[in-house]
Write a protein of this length. Sequence first.
Length: 107
Amino acid sequence: MDSKFYKNTVLVTGFAELPKGTALKDKYSKAGVVLVIEKSSSEIKDASFTVITDITNNYLKEIVVGYRFSDGVDKLIEEIYNRVKIPSVSAFCQALKSCYDKYYDSF
């Protein structure tokens, strides 16, 4: 990512409780989402998720990068529910909702 890009961005985090009995819960206590959001467009430019495997992080990242929070968060959450079939999907959606709320609470 181009360093000049970061000058017009904010870093937002969101967390949610993970479901019991999952490998992810054994490693982490919460689902975490970190987003880099361009302020002028509300577009998600980069993302990271607390997951065990790179493929899961990359898959989730592919879904969210390019999405604009100005379109609301419900469409993004629906897309994730439709495409991601893992036990912790609800926790990641809740963490994304928290990111969305923090982003709009900051402006």
